[in-house]
Each structure stands twice: as C-alpha cells, then as structure tokens.
Design a protein around this ligand. Structure first.
Ligand code: 3PY
Length: 259
C-alpha cells in the first residue's frame, strides 16, 4: 500500500507540506481541510518533536488527525535513536525524519531502526500504528507492507553531512535527503543565503538525484518554496504553523491600527 507522501513523491510536481510545532490536531486538520477545496494541496505534515512543543504522548492523536485528511504525518524525532523512531512509528507516523545525519553509518542505522526483521531491528508492537495508515491490511504480510511503506528522511545540516552526502544518498532505504538551511549555515559557520551555503544546498540536491533519491528543503514562505520548486526540489516545507499565525495576526493588527 502507499501513503500520501509516497504517492506524492512519485508525481511530477513537488510534494508540499508544512511544519507543525504546536501539539494541536485541530490546527493540523484546519489547515489540511482548508486546502482540500483548492488545487494546491499539502501531502504531508512535519510533526516537529525536535524543536516544537510536541512530545511523544501527542503523536497518536496528531498522526490520526493528519492521516485521515489524506496527508502523511512525518515525525521529526529529537534524535536518530532507535527507541525514539520506534515510538513515532508505533503511533502511526507514515515517515520519520532525523536531525543531523553526518555519515553513511548514521544513515544505515536510521534505516535499520525503521524496519522489522529481517531487514532491520524494529521491535513489534502494532496495536495503534494501523489506525493512521489507511490501506494497510493487518495480516501475515503486515511487516512487509509496513517495511516498504515507511518514508525515511534524514537531515543534512552539518559540514560532515555535506562532505559525506554522496555516500549517505547511496544508502539503501534512505528516501529523502532533507536540508535544514538554518542549522546547515550555523554548523558550517557560513552565512545563510551566501555562496558557500547555496553551494552546499546544490551539492545535496545533486547527490540525492544522482542516487535516485528525493531532495527536500525547509522554506520560510511561499516565495522561497516556489524558488526551490523551480530548482527541482521534490519535497518542500512551505512554512510553519507559528510563522504563519504570527505574521497573519501582526498584519491584522497593523491594518486595525491604520498602518
Ligand atoms: C533547519 O533549518 O535547521 C531545520 O532543521 C528546519 O527547521
């Protein structure tokens, strides 16, 4: 079976998504539901448990809310540790994202943690995951269905990550190289938006495509997202929940104030 993000990544247009930092199923559904009447749609939501206010006791409700709006919940776990990835998947995430992938060894471990044996080491506890995986059939081939449906995104956002990016991209089971532009600039000690930063971004994009993988990036608004779409990115986060709410509310206040 295929998830919304898997299907969307097969298409000819970029898979657009947004960043959810607040633990609100109502907010996620409001955004997804609102977009359902337009030709533009979000096929995934990044549920941010690294920096957002979301923790693992929110996962189940958020995954269900998003999964039932024909979009894929992808949980960014705080770190690429086995137990963190297991809890995200057991609560029904369609994919996971791990921060700071520095090497092909990191990447291979991440893949291993997302797969049931014999492909990996994921422990078995499938009581709740199927609730947000419409289309999965509980049955003898459950493990195989789930192993082949999970989307694995690793973040390339450090100097070693960039230096090893071709080797990371070649790791079997890695689906998406996801650029965190803010950390990438800081970790490399370069200016965000400067030449070295942009060269690193283009190297990651090229390495992903050369290995037959997808390239993704975090954007701060629709213009940024459009520009990255034109460069050939396959998966793009358009904005964040709080970014849009804050900007929208300030705008309304300025209008009310006659500015
Ligand atoms: C970054 O830009 O560093 C990210 O990880 C996206 O928030």
């Amino acid at each position: 079976f295929s998830t919304a993000i898997r299907s969307s990544l097969q298409g000819s247009t970029p898979a657009f998504g947004f960043w959810l930092t607040l633990p609100s199923a109502g907010l996620a559904k409001t955004i997804l539901h609102g977009a359902s009447g337009t030709s533009a749609r979000f096929s995934w939501v990044l549920v941010d448990a690294e920096h957002g206010l979301i923790s693992d006791n929110h996962y189940y409700e958020l995954n269900n809310a998003i999964g039932h709006e024909s979009a894929s919940p992808i949980i960014r776990v705080p770190w690429g540790e086995e137990w963190m990835i297991k809890r995200a998947l057991d609560a029904g995430a369609h994919g996971i994202m791990t921060p700071m992938c520095h090497s092909e060894v990191d990447a291979a471990n991440i893949v291993k943690y997302t797969r049931y044996p014999p492909q990996g080491t994921r422990g078995y506890g499938p009581m709740f995951a199927p609730h947000s995986l419409p289309g999965v059939n509980p049955g003898p081939d459950y493990d195989e269905q789930v192993n082949s449906s999970v989307t694995v995104c690793v973040q390339i956002e450090s100097r070693p990550g960039v230096e090893n990016v071709e080797k990371i991209a070649a790791v079997d089971g890695i689906d998406v190289l996801f650029i965190g532009p803010f950390d990438l600039a800081r970790q490399m000690g370069v200016t965000r938006g400067g030449d070295e930063h942009e060269a690193a971004i283009q190297r990651i994009l090229g390495a992903a495509h050369k290995a037959g993988k997808k390239a993704a990036i975090f954007c701060t608004d629709g213009h940024d997202a459009r520009a990255r779409a034109q460069q050939g990115f396959d998966m793009i986060s358009v904005n964040t929940d709080v970014g849009v709410i804050r900007a929208g509310m300030l705008n309304e206040l300025k209008t009310a104030n006659g500015e």
